[in-house]
Design a protein around this ligand. Sequence first.
Ligand code: HEM
Length: 497
Amino acid sequence: MKSVTDCPLPSPRTISNALFNAGTSPPRNGGNAIACCNGSNPVNRPECASFRTPPGDFLTTCMAFVRSKFGVDPDCCPGPRNQLNQRTSFIDLSTTYGDTLAQQNDLRETGTGRLSEGLNRILPNGPPGPTCIAGDVCFKSGDGRAAEVPMISVNHIIFLREHNNIVERLRSFGWTDGELLYQEAKKILTGIYQHIVYTEYLPIILGDEGMDMFGLWSTPTGFNTQYNPSVNPTIRNACAAAAFRFGHSEVGSFVESFNEDFTPLAKSPMEDTFLNTRSIRNFDERFGPDAIARWMTTQFQSKSDRFFSPSVRNRLFQSMPKNGFDLPALSIQRGRDHGIPAYNRWREFCGFHPAQHFGTKYFGLTDHGTSAAKVLKSVYRHPDDIDLFAGGLSEKRAPGALVGPTFRCLIGLQFNLFKTGDRFFYENNFFPTGFTADQLQQIKKQTLSALYCRTMAVYTMPKNAFESPLAGKKRVPCEMFPKLDFTPWKKTKKYNK
Ligand code: HEM
């Protein structure tokens, strides 16, 4: 891959060392069946785009990289390579339910409306495979990454348990048919999930200004139909391969657990927990979903900025010292693999000036601090070469947001498309797929903290689960969070078979 000056672009690891190093290294093929490095030599085959790493950083100087699968153009015309989506295009909780009918059925109990649970109401056991480390029993869920780290497993368990809680509440309101119980509980939980994303999560990532700019606010009450059938809700490459990966800089260095009185119980280096299901199964009683949930809702997340924890920058999926991956370097290479245009082109796309020089003044890197701009100058030959992930992540934060203006633009636009392109978005006033006004009112009272309270032994929660109580916000007793009142669902009893 070449610079606009015709020289090769810098190695993703070189950029990562300069830009993302917070100061303190797959099996090289990370469970992939395709070998893309032979010792320190990149393997030359079309599926691979491995890159060099400086000597000493890792055991070898080749970081294995398997290129994403690609598909044919919908019109079967020759054109640029484009990647395939593995998941649905919507904020539809397919992570819990799966995205095919076969997968949905595989995750359900027969005839009860419930999702299958494992022992102690955790995720059910899945088949052996790359979704967990060899020797562990993997989890089964709607998404293959349920054991990537224990915190994501906790969130999967919350939604699994809440689905089954809703099924039992509906049953107590007279619902009997297993299929209707499943579909209604799925609809309710997906509505709650969308409400959480659009009213609690996105405002923290994008700030009020970003929410206004992209029309992302849900209304506090009532319907708010914004569906537009001509909108293509598919995730854009620039968002998936770069902007929404901002979250990788929030990953910390440890996974911890707290006792019921919120005193520390146990602590494990993050890299020891990748793809490991044992801390959730809690054989040694040091972790488990409840104790991890208590810690997750108390700690500061690592700041969203250009500095990455060594756990993901040097030790991602490592099985022995110095054989890990560098996640931000993979993201830079993924952007190149997908052919996404450079940072400057996205600046223009978002209505900003592209940087014509590496200074931070007029027509330069105006949204960067001087130290980030200096680092970019040290690794790139020309501002037009700056990779989107590197340029976007190193911007100063936009007002009230966790990301800079360019990522705010790309994420904001994407979440607008996810909502306006979704015929089943929870705020739509569409009978019979949507909610009734009374039902929607119940959905709109829900928060992620309320879900944690109903499904985990946390006892107290921050008002907004995405805000750390360490930042001065008080924890609120669980009794104070709104219950889900099923009275409006009683009326629909007539639909029961
Ligand atoms: C410890 C926690 C996490 C780990 C270990 C992790 C790991 C990974 C890995 C290995 C990839 C594939 C990289 C590649 O080969 O291109 C990936 C992709 C991605 N990650 Fe993460 N991640 C974590 C947390 C997050 C968070 C918090 C966010 C966002 C808020 C996020 C957003 C993404 C996105 C959008 C992708 C691209 C998905 C796709 O298009 O296939 N990740 N992550």
